[in-house]
Design a protein around this ligand. Structure first.
Ligand SMILES: Nc1ncnc2c1ncn2[C@@H]1O[C@H](COP(=O)(O)OP(=O)(O)OP(=O)(O)O)[C@@H](O)[C@H]1O
Ligand SMILES: [Mg+2]
Length: 259
């Protein structure tokens, strides 16, 4: 059912019904989150989206990292969105529809306040014409700020979060807080992933998964190949890494339909 909520000034926000309509066409929305920065959220979101698309799923990738968007760089997206009666049609690579603030800011930095970030997230959700999708992956910025709180309001029904951490007590500690915030926002937690894993049986990630009652989806090893040529890997190269192999297992454990 469509609705329009009120903003902090009591005004009705009619974008809500557009957002509801857009989100209603997407079977599963997966937020790729992680409390700490640099744990691999963007690489995992982009690679997973590419894999799902190659496995013949209708897939989109929404980059909500407004300060450090990475999706277009990682996937080599060069085309611009196109205006249509349905909204902004995102550029497509290998069947994957990609929307990012970078398609508008073109590498320029954006100094944004919290309120502005909330507005941009709503605009992206209301205006992007993803159409019918099996999966929409969302590359989240680090932390538990406005981007997460804004999108969480809209994706409770069809959404869930994958939480990425590295096996250090600092990153795992922040991941624990993130899990609490996701729960308080009533968002389903699909599971925890240990990236740049050392395969230590005493992994603090597994311990956190047990303590929080969250599924442990698997480990992804540190893959030095990802740094070759300063990390400028083509899509085929990226999908043939050990990183991508391990990610495929993680996606299967999460119940996603990869080959
Ligand atoms: N398993 C891995 N092995 C080796 N390098 C990795 C691995 N996972 C990610 N990286 C590298 O770590 C760096 C950070 O990854 P990425 O940008 O995806 O992290 P992030 O969590 O999105 O960061 P931010 O919080 O800044 O958005 C990148 O250079 C990426 O190539
Ligand atoms: Mg990132």
């Amino acid at each position: 059912m469509s609705y329009a909520s009120r903003d902090s000034g009591g005004r009705l926000d009619y974008r809500d019904s557009l957002i509801e309509e857009n989100i209603g066409k997407i079977s599963q929305i997966i937020l790729v989150t992680g409390g700490k920065g640099g744990v691999g959220k963007s690489l995992i979101a982009a690679t997973a989206a590419l894999m799902l698309s190659r496995a013949s799923n209708r897939t989109g990738l929404l980059d909500l990292d407004l300060h450090g968007p990475s999706s277009c760089l990682l996937l080599g997206v060069e085309d611009n969105p196109v205006e249509s009666g349905e909204g902004l049609v995102p550029p497509v690579v290998e069947g994957l529809k990609v929307m990012s603030i970078d398609l508008f800011s073109k590498g320029r930095p954006l100094p944004l306040t919290g309120q502005a970030k909330e507005e941009i997230v709503k605009e992206m959700l209301a205006l992007t014409a993803f159409g019918r999708l099996d999966y929409l992956l969302v590359d989240m910025p680090p932390g538990t700020g406005d981007e997460l709180l804004t999108i969480s309001k809209y994706v409770k029904r069809s959404g869930g979060a994958i939480v990425i951490t590295t096996p250090t007590h600092l990153a795992v500690n922040v991941a624990g807080r993130l899990i609490d915030i996701l729960r308080s926002a009533s968002l389903k937690i699909i599971g925890l992933v240990e990236n740049m894993s050392t395969s230590d049986p005493e992994s603090p990630t597994k311990e956190l998964a047990r303590a929080k009652g969250v599924a442990f989806l698997g480990e992804i090893p540190f893959d030095p190949l990802l740094s070759s040529r300063s990390g400028r890997l083509g899509r085929d190269e990226l999908l043939s890494t050990r990183f991508a192999d391990a990610l495929k297992h993680v996606l299967r454990n999460a119940g996603l339909s990869v080959d």
